[in-house]
Design a protein around this ligand. Structure first.
Ligand code: ZN
Length: 341
């Protein structure tokens, strides 16, 4: 080895070092020049004994100086690369404190519960309080006490969910009317909002679970005029003061006389639209005077007290109030739907 070769090796190492940008490349460079087995610097040092004795000192000193300079340059370069990597990482992870906070999704009242509460508030004004009962009911409270003969289609397993022990999921809130009349004495003014079950196929307008609100008023001197006045006032509160309300003769086993209650469609002014099936009227529910047989079933004397009863679908009221055209939306828990309320 001559002086020129030695200087070239040191020069090449210095130039190569100046181009390194990553820790991986730095490591490779270090192994190439300072590796214990085949490092270039080591190789240079090994050639010293082959030199003429008078040159050994000078060359050895020069190699060691070059070695120290390269090590210092290496440390400096390594520091700069690490610092650049850190800066890069910080840029990627930077927190922009000026971004608006994501916040938490606020909950809201489900439309069924909102309609239910609105109805409870309206009836409270007329002195009605809320009564409750079990969702798993016995035959007596759901059918027999309600003047529903054993061959009535409502008892059919096609329409009702029966449990193995003969009990059933209540098909209407009328069962709570019976319980209320069994446990309380007239005068009674009660509403029963709750969940009821029928074996319906799932369609736009039907669902096997739905919500009903039934009402019961049992007092001496209660007449059909009270029934009409009460439900007309309710329709006006719900759908507007000038809406016409009509009562159509109907049949229910537990009321006599019985009526269907319709209100003029608030969406089309009774001209006909999709919501009212182009009839101009919306069916609110059924009503009537409590059948004497029902009063007798709960040990009341129909000659002394009379009663009025009514029922309506809470889901239906919610759909009309909020313009919901498919009952399934009420059950699917789709955020895109629920966030509108
Ligand atoms: Zn209409």
């Amino acid at each position: 080895m001559n002086q020129a070769t030695m200087e070239q090796v040191l020069k090449d190492a210095e130039v190569a070092l100046g181009h390194l940008e990553t820790e991986g490349a730095l490591e490779a460079w270090y192994v190439k020049y300072f590796g214990r087995e085949n490092g270039e610097i080591g190789k240079l040092l090994k050639t010293i004994p082959e030199l003429p004795p008078q040159e050994r000192g000078t060359v050895g000193k020069a190699i060691n100086q070059g070695k120290q300079a390269l090590e210092a340059a290496y440390e400096e370069r390594r520091g700069r690369v690490a610092s650049a990597a850190m800066q890069e990482q910080l840029r990627g992870e930077r927190i922009d404190v000026t971004l608006p906070a994501r916040g938490q999704l606020g909950g809201s009242i489900h439309p069924i519960m909102a309609a239910k509460q609105e109805l409870i508030d309206l009836f409270a004004y007329y002195g009605f309080t809320v009564a409750d009962g079990p969702e798993i009911e016995d035959d007596w409270h759901n059918f027999t006490a309600l003047n529903t003969p054993t061959d009535h289609p409502a008892r059919d397993a096609q329409d009702t969910f029966y449990l193995p022990d003969g009990r059933l999921l209540r098909t209407h809130m009328s069962s709570v009317q019976i319980r209320a009349m069994e446990s309380g004495k007239p005068p009674l003014r009660l509403i029963m909002p709750g969940r009821v079950y029928r074996r319906d196929d799932v369609t736009k307008r039907h669902y096997p679970i739905f919500h009903q609100l039934e009402g019961l008023m049992v007092e001496e001197g209660t007449t059909f005029a009270h029934l009409k006045g009460l439900l007309t006032a309710l329709c006006h509160e719900l759908f507007g003061k000038n809406r016409r309300v009509r009562f159509r003769p109907s049949f229910f086993p537990f009321t006599e006389p019985s009526t269907e209650v319709d209100v003029e469609c608030p969406f089309c002014g009774a001209n006909g639209c999709g919501t009212c099936s182009y009839s101009g009227w919306i069916e609110l529910g059924g009503a009537g005077m409590v059948h004497p047989n029902v009063l007798e079933a709960v040990s009341l004397d129909p000659e002394k007290v009379t009663g009025l009863a009514f029922g309506m679908g809470i889901d239906r009221v919610a759909m009309i109030r909020y313009g919901i055209n498919d009952i399934r939306h009420l059950w699917e828990n789709d955020d895109r739907f629920l966030q509108q309320f």
